[in-house]
Design a protein around this ligand. Structure first.
Ligand SMILES: [Zn+2]
Length: 78
């Protein structure tokens, strides 16, 4: 659970649609609303394989994005 997306977020993109990813605990979720793939993080290494990814239901995806896209104190994005 020590994986930190921060150091990788500039180079890690969804292998299917090239959108940015967002970290939700032990997985990375694609931010594209028609893609919605979730990539598991196993032993601190994200499995960036479309074949291994799980596509989230729209409702679950929206919940994840809303929860993580509006952190109380985020200043990272230019
Ligand atoms: Zn995607």
């Amino acid at each position: 659970m020590t994986f930190q997306l921060d150091s990788l977020k500039d180079i890690l993109v969804c292998p299917q649609c090239r959108s940015k990813l967002i970290q939700d605990d032990s997985r990375l979720v694609c931010r594209d609303d028609s893609c919605r793939l979730a990539f598991e993080i196993l032993e601190n290494i994200p499995v960036m394989l479309v074949d291994e990814a799980k596509q989230l239901e729209t409702e679950e995806w929206q919940t994840v994005i809303q929860k993580l896209d509006h952190p109380a104190e985020a200043n990272g994005e230019a």
